[in-house]
Design a protein around this ligand. Structure first.
Ligand SMILES: NC(=O)c1ccc[n+]([C@@H]2O[C@H](COP(=O)([O-])OP(=O)(O)OC[C@H]3O[C@@H](n4cnc5c(N)ncnc54)[C@H](OP(=O)(O)O)[C@@H]3O)[C@@H](O)[C@H]2O)c1
Length: 252
């Protein structure tokens, strides 16, 4: 086979939130790079659709609601031993600071912050992460590199993950395991319609797309390519970073 430092041949990769958007794109592109995938989602129909899109065979799908600890535990139990994980499952929340309350915070912290951290610790405790694994969290440019009006609660969860990886990367370096985040700019997925923002395509073009120096918003494949880099041996000297993928947005 031709030498390719970014090949995922021989690696088993777990992708959460693979039933939609960025997670689905990551799973599909990783399968094309030779990985065996363990795909996770909450909606079984959408998860099976992703399964049908994967290249190669031997993949596995596991359904779980990550807002519940018992389902995180079951996902750990049902997962085979893996060489890498991409935590992509997440939810948005748009809410002005003065209207943030405990219910809203608990909901978003539960899914965006507690779930990926507790899934990681669960996999470590059950020895499901091989030595020299790669752990990748999908954070966001929001909360790590910039702020956006209405996104304080969401940003708080993503900023927390960006902080978590700094210590986790130090601790897990002893076993050769690397821990990083990817911080995407805007990638139009179903997360936009979930965010209570009702934008028409025209409004998006006028108010958001034009702000990207590279003249386009992101695609799930852009984020998948960054994931492939961090999961592959090509990034074996990279740990503890928050990798910004934003078409130059944060430069402006
Ligand atoms: N899109 C963007 O512009 C953007 C920018 C920066 C960061 N991000 C981050 O990228 C990640 C993926 O977002 P996306 O745009 O791909 O959104 P998406 O299309 O809405 O996908 C979200 C995924 O998370 C899963 N999920 C949500 N709540 C869950 C729960 N309680 N338990 C288990 N799974 C749950 C969904 O599962 P089901 O569909 O099966 O319910 C789905 O697979 C998120 O962490 C998001 O914060 C997105």
């Amino acid at each position: 086979m031709e030498y390719n430092p970014f090949s995922l041949e021989g690696k088993t990769i777990l992708v959460t939130g693979a039933s939609s958007g960025i997670g689905r794109g990551i799973a599909v592109e990783c399968s094309k790079m030779g990985a065996k995938l363990v795909i996770h989602g909450r909606d079984l129909g959408r998860l099976e659709k992703t399964l049908s899109m994967l290249a190669g065979d031997g993949h596995k799908a596991i359904q779980a609601d990550l807002s519940k600890q018992e389902e995180i535990d079951r996902l750990v139990e049902q997962s085979p031993t893996i060489n890498g994980i991409v935590h992509s499952a997440g939810i948005p929340k748009i809410c002005a600071v003065k209207y943030i309350d405990r219910t809203l915070l608990e909901e978003i912290v539960n899914v965006n912050e507690l779930a990926p951290i507790l899934l990681t610790t669960g996999l470590l405790k059950k020895r499901k992460l091989q030595k020299k694994s790669s752990v990748v969290f999908v954070a966001s440019m929001s909360g790590v590199f910039i702020g956006n009006i209405g996104e304080a609660s969401y940003a708080a969860t993503k900023g927390a993950i960006a902080g978590f990886i700094k210590s986790a990367a130090l601790e897990l370096a002893a076993q050769g395991t690397r821990v990083n985040t990817i911080c995407p700019g805007l990638v139009p997925t179903s997360i936009l319609s979930l965010s209570n923002e009702v934008f028409t395509e025209e409004q998006l073009k006028d108010t958001m797309y034009g702000r990207y120096p590279l003249k386009r918003v992101g695609t799930p494949e852009d984020i998948a390519n960054a994931s492939i880099y961090l999961l592959s041996d090509g990034s074996s000297w990279v740990t503890g970073i928050n990798l910004l993928i934003d078409g130059g947005y944060c430069l402006t």
